[in-house]
Design a protein around this ligand. Sequence first.
Ligand code: T4K
Length: 402
Amino acid sequence: MIKDSLADLAIFGGTPAFAEPVHVGQLNLPPWNEFEQAFNGIFDRRYFTNHGPLVQELDRRLAGYLGVRHVVCVTNATVALMVACKALDLDGEVIVPSFTFPATVQALFWAGLTPVFCDVDPATHNISAELAAPLVGARAAAILGVHAWGRAGDTAALQDLCARRGIHLFYDAAHGVGCTHDGRSLAAFGELAVFSFHATKILGSGEGGCLATDNDDLAQRIRTVRNFHVSESVARVPLRINGKMTEAQAAMGLLGLDHLPRWIQRNRELYERYRTWDSCRSLGGFVDYARGGQSNCQFCVFDIDSARFAMSRDQLQRLLRSENILARRYFFPGVHRLAPYCTLDPEAGARLRSTEALCGRLLQLPLGTGVTADCVDRITGVLDLCLRHGADIARRLPQEQA
Ligand code: T4K
């Protein structure tokens, strides 16, 4: 049912738009029979981890898919970033956006590095060479860029800056499986790129992630860091860890790769359907994926103009949640506001203007195989009602929700 009066809103006593929660995560699963067959193989072989045949196959297939010489699968993308720091043998400061998931910065910290927060370009939601350059000081070891929502920023200018200053450049491409920039996968930029296969990503293996690189020597070091004791490769590295992916994860990842084109296509259709909601174009609405390359449309990022909506992003989120639409505030808050960074760099917010603004405006709406075209219509129906009656709604919301 499309809601058309304020009394229809669940927050004012109406029936929620959805009987069950609708999530933002992708939660894309292969058919059960394929999964069962893959698991039968694992049980037959009685080989569960330590670079088993499925992990090796996933490494190989991903390298082909991403168009790089080496892919090394690991436990998750957070561990992949930690492995990256040790494989690159970094020491000192790393320039990184605060507008990211906390994992990006936590990995640096676990690797003993000092994050230096950089603001983002409001057009791309990514750091740029212009913003990063003044932060490259004597202790700078690297820039860690994030391809937010799978959209690349100005990779060429960042590459040029790092080459001139003699520092490393690597990327957190956690969102980027299936995305391209200038005709190449996101694995092609920087010395290495990290991808996530978390359950909520377009290609999921429960937990999981990988490092991708074209550099043979770096790949050898990555493989060495990934395993805590002597095994498949031994290079000189400062520290090692257990970052091995299991066969169960690899089985799911391999099946996911087979279904990935279909999942991307479905996301694209749903994303386009959101965009056909007339009012959104005049609102500035949904983050645009049309520039620079192909997108997996994994995130439906809604940029809320509070003045035109007459309510804040957080009020809108609460209202949507009461309808069982579990919209999320990615990314919120900026990582600089989280412990321990807020005490280490308490003034960071003052120089992170765009980060602060984006953290207050963006809302992720549901996408993925758990969502249908009808779901999208019902969600945009609620948004439309909010847009038309924003001031009334904001006035009537319980005081603590204002
Ligand atoms: N770098 C960047 C830029 C990242 O965005 C991330 C992770 C990383 C690095 C680190 O990657 P990993 O180490 O995770 O590989 C979720 C994901 O857990 C996280 O992987 C992701 N980014 C982030 C953007 O989103 P949460 O804390 O919001 O997840 P959660 O559990 O609240 O789930 C989101 C929604 O999905 C909820 O509505 C519940 C639903 N859900 C979730 C799971 C796990 C399900 O319905 N079923 C499920 O199995 O972080």
